[in-house]
Design a protein around this ligand. Sequence first.
Ligand code: PLP
Length: 394
Amino acid sequence: MFRPSSRTAGLALSQIVRISEAAARMRAEGRDVLALSTGEPDLPTPTPVCDAASRAMAEGRTRYTPTAGTPELRRAIAATAGFAAEPAQVVVSTGAKQVLANIFLATLDAGCEVVLPTPCWSSYNDIVALAEGRPVEVACGPEQGFKITSAQLEAAITSRTRWVLLNSPSNPSGALYTANEFAALARVLERHPHVWIASDEIYAHLSYVPFTSFRNAAPGLADRTIVISGVSKSYSMTGWRIGWGIGPEPLVNAMVAVQGQVTSGACSIAQAAAVEALTGDQGLLAERLSLFRARRDRVVAALNAIPGIACAVPDGAFYVFPECHGLLGRTAPDGTRIETDTDLCEWLLATEGLALVPGSAFGLPGHLRLSYAYSDADLADGCARLIRAATTLT
Ligand code: PLP
């Protein structure tokens, strides 16, 4: 009989993936399904980036790469980090997700704690658990802008805490920490030298208000801070699987050692493409940002026109995370009772073919996550489906 390890026994497909797969199954059955559930830009990978990949193939750059990444890409990452960084402090991995896995596999012993301001990306919990760590969720609701306060951080830290994992701008809330807010957290962390900081800044280029890296807000903590980023979101390169960490060399070396036994260096062609993404014309970032901002504004306005839904304007990323308490405890025309955000999402998928992710997938029930990394037509259609469904609830 198959017996999973205790390490993997609790791992399940994430709710986001389950919803996206259910939507795909329904579509394959001929249903009219609209998914606004995935954090993946609808825009294409820029042509110069694809051309750089073609050149890499034509030139035979198709062999194993150094485990930590090609020298060209590590240099490009260090040079564009936005803070002082040496190529030796950079590790390139197969997506930012692998960077996170490397961090925790390299540093956690069983029972070590990782503080997770919640709501947060669902994989954080699973990756920490896979590394046998203990996620310590700290509830950060809309009343505090979905951000952890200094007092909450202070209260969450114990002698077993190894990491606090911050995410700005945030998936799912779009919350962005100001320089002052990061500096206030840094003052707490200065008092706890055993706690390291992982700052996931993969949505940095998708900031509608000034962005500050934790590294710049807290330079005094540089020797225990790792910044995580990648090309997936900003450059529409989700499938190329290139992410990186920039942190102290001893940590980077430990992560490289883990990666060396799991995947080795990331794809040579994708790394060449990522060099072009980082060093080529950056004009497209501003163009895309204004496109996403316009989408955000339209979606927020449409959602706030729905009785029962309240949506704050997020400062970054490409998600809105409205409250849906006003739609809960109600009944659909077919008698379905909508008690929770998960009930609501299941019913929306069944009745309107609309795939959204419940806030409970991110640790904060009573919310919905809608990704606006979709075309204007899809977003208008999605909002129309939501309004149609919501107005039938009694
Ligand atoms: N970090 C956050 C906050 C994310 O939302 C995601 C993807 O959804 C990732 C990391 C993973 O990015 P990648 O595609 O580079 O693995």
